[in-house]
Ligand binder design. Structure first.
Ligand code: HEM
Length: 451
């Protein structure tokens, strides 16, 4: 089966191969600020090129041409199963991100209400409380590593969105389980044996036991006096054959909730706070907005929406420091795009975020400028600005993330005046193994703000 897209000809030529180092290929270029590298390659070679990373060659689709392709039927030719299948199966069943076709659509439909804005807005007081608690003991003059701190906050907040036992003390185990599995089964930089090491097995057992407790709690406490959450919905749902999802599928989907949200959100929130600190005067402006929002009482959706400078800073953060710089995919059915034929089995990186760094879309694109014209009025079109991806697998947690991101930063700037521990700290996107800011980034509490 083939599909023609804009500019397609029946070509058998291979896309240009980006020159790389012996053995490593472009691995080093892709480790730090990969989106800047991919943008330069797009500017040089156009919307289709190839990069070699260690011993694997990937075909890259980039630019607004690629984004339009992803949001059209074209995206149906690119599957996730071959990329994430083993990653999901290690957890015992299919993860949403590892599924394609009708089964994926069905499970996504089942899960969607569990990720809705209403689902998170109900828990705003808990979200606020967790953020405040996490910084309650931060004394003036003390410095902390920002990313691990924000991960703790985000992880506990995600826990608060699901009724029943809280994931106390489990962040380290969750990170071991997630990162090891990713490095073995997706980026393939660790051998399979890493999944059998005692360190991993012990973390897995504790995470599995927690997920089991959560699911059992929901079985014994049906949502009679509370709104159903993601777990209730999974337990009540049916698959395409009209059968309930089996126990392992439910557990894997609950784990998927943490897996999908933790790193992306923590990375984006850390970038947001770091980027604000880099612009003179911006922290004070956001703090003033936050004071007004919190003076009105407990955080509400309306008070969050009133923090317009923070909102623009969040939009700009996800443009400038896009955490999902590229999405790995595998060709399911052959197609032609921009004059190149993609055969089944070809490994593809969809560099959706390249459009975020093109000067024709965002003048002076490497500057962090929340006051840029793009954030006044309607959002830029989705083929230009796509922090949550496009098409079949676009982020199901986008609404949750929007609220959580602003709540975390709002509480931080309301409670504390912060500064980089090392002035002139450049923010950069590192892949370790998922993309995010440097773990070494440290900030100092200059003073607790008096209210
Ligand atoms: C700022 C934070 C976030 C960003 C930038 C982000 C970005 C993304 C992106 C780019 C994808 C597509 C991945 C792919 O196609 O390979 C995705 C998928 C997904 N995200 Fe997020 N995400 C964020 C937060 C969250 C949160 C907080 C949750 C859950 C609470 C979540 C749940 C999901 C799920 C379940 C999927 C898979 C959807 C599917 O396969 O159909 N995300 N996210």
């Amino acid at each position: 089966m083939t599909a023609g897209f804009a500019g397609a000809t029946s070509s058998t030529a291979l896309p240009p191969l980006v020159p790389g180092l012996p053995v490593l290929g472009c691995a080093l270029d892709m480790r730090i600020n990969p989106l800047e590298f991919l943008t330069r390659m797009y500017q040089q070679y156009g919307p289709v090129f190839r990069v070699r990373i260690l011993n694997r060659t990937h075909w890259v689709i980039a630019g607004s041409e690629g984004n339009r392709f992803m949001s059209s039927d074209g995206g149906e030719h690119l599957g996730s199963t071959h990329v994430y299948g083993e990653f999901g199966r290690e957890f015992g069943a299919d993860l949403l991100i590892a599924m394609d076709g009708p089964q994926h659509r069905q499970l996504r439909k089942v899960q969607r209400p569990g990720y809705s804005r209403e689902a998170i807005v109900r828990h705003l007081p808990a979200i606020e409380h967790v953020a405040r608690e996490s910084i309650a003991g931060w004394r003036p003059g003390e410095s902390r590593r920002l990313l691990p701190l924000i991960r703790e906050v985000v992880f506990s907040q995600l826990g608060a969105l699901i009724a029943g036992p809280a994931p106390c003390g489990l962040l380290g185990d969750m990170e071991v389980v997630f990162d090891t599995n990713l490095m073995v089964n997706v980026s393939k930089i660790l051998p399979k044996v890493a999944l059998r090491l005692p360190h991993y097995r012990r973390a897995r057992m504790r995470v599995d036991a927690f997920i089991e407790r959560v699911v059992n709690w929901h079985r014994h406490h049906p949502p009679l006096d509370r709104e159903p959450d993601l777990v209730d919905r999974l337990l009540a749902a049916e698959d395409l054959e009209g059968q309930p999802y089996d126990e392992q599928s439910v557990k894997t989907s609950v784990l998927g909730f943490y897996v999908s949200g933790l790193h992306t959100l923590a990375a984006s929130a850390t970038f947001l706070i770091g980027a604000v600190l880099g612009v003179p005067g911006l922290q004070a402006q956001i703090a003033a907005e936050a004071d007004q929002a919190f003076d009105e009482g407990e955080l509400t959706l309306a008070s969050l929406q009133g923090m317009t400078t923070l909102h623009k800073a969040a939009l700009e953060t996800m443009r400038r420091y896009t955490v999902s710089a590229f999405l790995p995919r595998s060709v399911i059915t052959a197609f032609e795009f921009e004059g190149f034929r993609f055969e089944a089995g070809t490994q593809v990186l969809v560099a959706e975020g390249v459009t975020h760094l093109l000067p024709e879309n965002f003048p002076n694109p490497l500057a962090f400028a929340p006051d840029r014209e793009s954030w006044n009025g309607a959002a830029p079109p989705s083929d230009v600005y796509t922090p949550y991806s496009l098409g079949a697998h676009s982020c199901l947690g986008a609404r949750v993330a929007d609220v959580q991101l602003r709540a975390v930063a709002g509480v931080m700037f309301h409670e504390l005046e912060l500064a980089f521990k090392n002035p002139n700290t450049p923010l950069s996107v590192h892949i370790h193994p998922v993309s995010g800011p440097s773990r070494r980034l440290q900030v100092t509490a200059v003073r607790r703000r008096v209210h």
